[in-house]
Design a protein around this ligand. Sequence first.
Ligand SMILES: [Fe+2]
Length: 135
Amino acid sequence: MPTIQWDESMTTGVESLDAQHRQLINWLNDLLGAMSLGRGRPEVKPLLDRLGAYAALHFGTEEDCMTKYNCPVAAKNVEQHKQFVETFGSFSEEYERTGPTAHLTVRLESELMRWLTTHIRRTDTQLAECVKPRA
Ligand SMILES: [Fe+2]
């Protein structure tokens, strides 16, 4: 089960957001780890719920921050967050029906992990330029 780790290529220039990203990545690793080990619903469901709730909270904080700094990708960021929430929601619904199947685990890994790392590196990192103090 491959896990991902936060690294400098993901920095947003805002320490509190970076800390939230590290938390999201860690919890996504935990969720996928539990699912790939074949853990049952009582163990996996709280991890899934925790990740979804934290992602929603984090997106709100980050969107406010991008607005505050007039970040040029602010609208795109909101759009991409919506996509994540939709994808995550459909995975959660599927989970309710099927439980932690191998098929679902593989897709969560490829879609959520890929989404999160790509989104942080391509979109969230653009905040770094906006928060730099202007000379
Ligand atoms: Fe974002």
